[in-house]
Design a protein around this ligand. Structure first.
Ligand code: ASP
Length: 349
């Protein structure tokens, strides 16, 4: 733990790995992990916010393609342990799985009254045209922003990227090249960083009680599969995934408003899986919009077979929510009921 500044407010900057934390070695020009305890020297702009910023670096640092739910558990435990010492938390994370991690933390942290802001970058912080500095500076400003009563302006788990602050469990990575790598297709941004940071206060979740305690749920059940429907999908593949005895839940990525083939073999397998007590959740493979299984006969057939509506959830959020709910209970009927409830602003319901 390194203290890099002092003043009234304080932030904990947690570095897990990813592109943002790389710097070009002046000798051999290669990209190497950068010592975040020196962050104020590298990004002196964040000094002007005059906050105390401590850093915590994970060991080992990981490319986020290697993220496992154990990292989410460590993050939740770290935030819980340090919660009273800081006004906000910034998690520097690789972009590849940032939406999964932000979704998971949104469910695992309960009673949040402080910001938890994920950020990263497309270009390492140590290269000239990096987007890392802007993302980090915006994240620092947002994580430390308070209203006139001293309450955090954004007391939820968010992703700050490409001038946008988005609810974490609404984000998805949409571009592997441009700086605006993330979108929140079904929910407006919580803030936009231009000349000033403009907060869309009506969309930001506020706690019912600002003095509630944080609690964490770190028990996760990962027995979930994802099946993307496509023309030419075979009965063998569908059966292997839906009826695997080791699988408790399946996310079906369907077409459009939640439609899938009406071939009898397909519906028979879905019925069989539902009858076996599996939780089958319908989310759309479209980037934006919601599942509505009442519109087409193809969607209605799934509903009648026992498939649950995932509404306008991202796949990332549906996966994290299933891990979380299944970790809480062994009762799949309860899990199915809770999947239809809006727990942390992840679905428009
Ligand atoms: N593979 C990297 C990661 O997700 C990419 C990035 O950070 O942007 O960790």
């Amino acid at each position: 733990m390194t203290q890099t500044g002092t003043t009234k407010s304080s932030l904990l900057l947690i570095y897990t790995g990813g592109t943002i934390g790389m710097k070009q070695d002046i000798l051999d020009q290669t990209l190497k992990p950068f010592d975040f305890s020196q962050i104020l020297d590298e990004v002196p702009e964040i000094r002007k916010f005059a906050f105390r910023i401590d850093t915590y670096t994970f060991d080992p640092l990981i490319d986020s393609s290697d993220v496992e739910p154990s990292l989410w558990q460590r993050l939740a435990e770290l935030i819980f342990e340090k919660y009273d010492d800081y006004d906000g938390f910034i998690i520097l994370h690789g972009t590849d799985t940032m939406s999964y991690s932000a979704s998971a933390l949104s469910f695992m942290l309960d009673g949040l009254t402080k910001p938890v802001v994920f950020t990263g970058s497309q270009l390492p912080i140590g290269v000239p045209r990096t987007d890392g500095k802007e993302n980090l500076i915006s994240a620092v400003e947002i994580a430390s922003a308070k209203d006139a009563d001293g309450h955090a302006l954004v007391p939820e788990v968010s992703v700050c990227f490409g001038s946008l602050l988005m609810r974490g469990n609404r984000t998805t990575k949409v571009n592997a090249e441009v700086f605006r790598a993330f979108q929140s297709p079904n929910f407006p941004p919580l803030a936009e960083a231009g000349i000033n940071i403009r907060y869309n206060k009506e969309f930001i979740r506020k706690p019912l009680d600002w003095y509630q305690n944080l609690s964490i749920n770190t028990k996760l059940d990962t027995r979930v599969s994802i099946l993307k429907i496509h023309p030419g999908i075979t009965a063998q593949i569908v059966r292997t995934i839906l009826c695997d005895p080791l699988t408790r839940a399946v996310i079906l990525e369907t077409y459009g408003a939640g439609n899938a083939p009406t071939a009898p073999w397909f519906l028979d397998i879905v019925r069989e899986a539902c009858a076996a007590g599996k939780v089958i959740v319908n989310v759309t493979q479209c980037l934006a919009g919601s599942v509505n299984m009442g519109i087409y006969a193809t969607g209605k057939a799934l509903e009648d077979a026992g498939v649950i509506n995932g509404y306008d959830s991202t796949t990332e959020s549906a996966l994290a929510k299933l891990f979380f709910l299944m970790g809480k209970s062994g009762d799949n009927r309860w899990v199915s009921t809770m999947m239809g409830k809006n727990l942390k602003g992840e679905i428009s319901k």
